[in-house]
Design a protein. Structure first.
Length: 160
């Protein structure tokens, strides 16, 4: 499987096996001079929901979550302002799958687990809150419940 980075592509339906390359795919529309996003939403494409007994070559729940986030974030080619959506092959949070992370360039990084395949809208709401915050923290008020209950870690910004 080609593990190169692609803009505007959805990963194949099976995704790589956990522990493989960390190739990324995204769904933001490719534009010649698009500004760098304030927040990058990373969605683990190899995650399976707890209890999912699907065969190994079946579409992963994480890949479905990414596809849903892409369809929600880029409905007609217009991305959620300030947010890029990227699929990654493994976030190593398997005991709390499905997993996603939000990275703000000049702020905090959040890791979430215990997500459902239909959590795309909640993830995008949280990413938009983080992108619009003045202090680089995701506000508690307005944060979807799944992002309150499912937070695994909050990582401080790198010292610059």
């Amino acid at each position: 499987m080609d593990r190169s980075v692609e803009r505007g592509a959805i990963p194949d339906s099976t995704g790589p096996e956990p522990g493989g390359d960390s190739a990324e795919t995204g769904c933001a529309p490719a534009t010649a001079r698009a500004p760098a996003p304030a927040v990058t939403l990373l969605i683990c494409t190899t995650c399976r929901s707890p209890g999912n007994a699907a065969p190994p070559d079946a579409e992963r729940d994480g890949a479905r979550l990414l596809a849903s986030a892409c369809a929600t974030a880029v409905p007609e080619g217009v991305a959620v302002e300030g947010v890029a959506v990227v699929g990654v092959s493994c976030l190593a949070n398997c005991k709390r799958a499905l997993s996603a992370a939000m990275v703000r360039r000049d702020g905090w990084t959040y890791v979430f687990g215990d997500l459902a395949p239909d959590s795309a809208a909640d993830l995008l709401t949280g990413a938009a809150l983080l992108a619009g915050s003045e202090d680089g923290l995701m506000p508690w008020r307005g944060r979807p419940d799944v992002l309150k209950r499912g937070m695994v870690a909050r990582i401080p910004p790198a010292f610059r």
